[in-house]
Write a protein that binds this ligand. Structure first.
Ligand code: FES
Length: 286
């Protein structure tokens, strides 16, 4: 079934790609003027994407709404359905903040997900309108709600595929653990003021010298895998070349999104013979 659904999803590329790119342009322009708001919606403050947490509210409320409708509990059903619809709007804002930085297949999946959710929201708004204006047309109101709920279920599936299947907003260092071993770097010189890429065993690092100190972070951006060595240094942070996330050079702390996870940081030492070695600093979960 999963393969069949994925096949159907990929077949939407013809319309979803141009629609996704168009959405990306205007949402990017809107967030360019409200960058701190985008960081809040992404979850930089939380150290975790906000969207999956917020979506629990409409999914839970709308599920309760369907059950209460079917049980004939009109007033309770109306209240939780209205709550779910309001939470759908909040979910849309956080989802847009995440999806605007997606490209290729994840962007297509995000567009299909968003389109299904907008259709579902429309059905729910119709349901709420009927509940308010024509209480005696209960069957119609419930039918709209059931239609909307089917959309929520389908949209949630596609959203799950976007995260679990395509890895959108997944920490690129999720399986990386701290390491107590020093590893020799394949560079011996780190000139001041430049981002230098270096290998330490299987790890690729980005190095930056500030006076006597050499800062080192994993070179792969935690957000979507860009090489940070292709970025720039601003205010003691390395700025990712793809979406502009900033990580503190001293400890890898994320200070600007869309990344929400910190970047693995390393300490560097000079050893006899002029060689350099690096060792991973403990992360928050180590
Ligand atoms: S890859 Fe997106 S901010 Fe680095």
């Amino acid at each position: 079934m999963h393969r069949r659904v994925n096949h159907m999803l990929d077949a939407q590329e013809r319309w979803a790609k141009p629609v996704g790119e168009w959405n990306q342009r205007w949402i990017t322009a809107a967030f360019a003027r409200t960058r701190p708001l985008k960081d809040v919606l992404n979850g930089v403050w939380l150290g975790h994407p906000v969207h999956p947490a917020v979506t629990d509210v409409p999914v839970g409320a709308l599920t309760a709404g369907v059950l209460l409708d079917l049980a004939g509990q009109r007033k309770a059903a109306d209240i939780v359905t209205a709550t779910g619809v309001a939470a759908m709007v909040a979910s849309a804002a956080t989802g847009a903040a995440d999806a605007v930085d997606a490209y290729g297949r994840p962007q297509v999946q995000a567009t299909v997900h968003a389109s299904i959710m907008v259709a579902s929201l429309t059905a729910y708004l119709a349901s709420l309108a009927v509940r308010a204006a024509r209480p005696s047309w209960r069957l119609l109101a419930v039918s709209f709600a059931l239609l909307g709920y089917a959309g929520v279920a389908a949209g949630a599936y596609v959203g799950g595929e976007l995260v679990y299947g395509s890895g959108n907003m997944v920490d690129r260092h999720a399986w990386r653990t701290g390491g107590a071993r020093w590893r020799r770097l394949d560079v011996t010189e780190v000139p001041e003021g430049a981002l230098i890429r270096a290998n330490a065993g299987q790890d690729t690092l980005v190095l930056y010298r500030a006076g006597d100190a050499i800062h080192a972070l994993d070179d792969t951006c935690a957000h979507a895998g860009a090489p940070l060595s292709g970025g720039a240094v601003i205010d003691g942070c390395v700025r990712c070349p793809w979406h502009g996330s900033r990580f503190r050079l001293s400890d890898g702390r994320v200070v600007r999104g869309p990344a929400v996870y910190d970047q693995p940081a390393y300490e560097v030492r000079a050893v006899d013979g002029g060689a350099l070695e690096a060792r991973r600093l403990p992360g928050p979960l180590d």
